[in-house]
Ligand binder design. Structure first.
Ligand code: CO
Length: 167
């Protein structure tokens, strides 16, 4: 396994803007890519990573919100959306920058796993946002494109604190 370089918005925006192509053949290379992406995600301390963020313009993304509960998606598609949630999200390609976005409250996705099996998974709250965020990356879309507001780390922390106090 290897830790890959995560492309950053300030230096690599043209690569991050490209649309990724479907993975037609799932083979050892796909497995290696997914393994490397997991290691890279872990090292970066994030919850999601899409292949174009490591310079591979293919439709693959991973999400690991709870340690050990890894979701590996090949050719993911959103097949159902419901409701709305407004929250703050960040992106490993844009350190120190946060977006306040409105996302669906509930999402259902279909994808293929590394064994070639078709899967369907539902997500709410953070998982719903992560699905949307990572699948957007495959189409060259960044969370800041959809932001109601773009925040610095300090502003994002302040807003999260206010939210918690309000609950
Ligand atoms: Co991102």
């Amino acid at each position: 396994m290897a830790i890959l370089n995560i492309l950053k918005e300030d230096k690599n925006i043209s690569a991050l803007r490209k649309k990724s192509r479907p993975i037609e053949i799932i083979d050892k290379r796909t497995a290696t890519l997914l393994d490397d992406m997991r290691e890279t995600l872990k090292e970066a301390g994030g919850i999601g990573l899409a292949a174009p963020q490591v310079g591979v313009l293919r439709r693959a993304a991973i999400i690991e919100i709870e340690e050990g509960e890894l979701i590996e998606m090949i050719n993911p598609e959103i097949v159902y959306r419901e409701g709305e949630q407004q929250e703050i999200e960040g992106c490993l390609s844009s350190p120190g920058k946060f977006a306040e976005t409105v996302r669906p409250a509930k999402i259902r996705v279909t994808y293929t796993n590394r064994n070639g099996e078709k899967k369907e998974k539902e997500g709410i709250e953070l998982l719903a946002r992560a699905f949307c965020h990572e699948i957007d990356h495959l189409d060259g879309i960044l969370c800041f494109d959809k932001a109601k507001r773009i925040l610095t780390k300090e502003e994002a922390d302040e807003l999260k604190k206010e939210d918690q106090e309000g609950k």
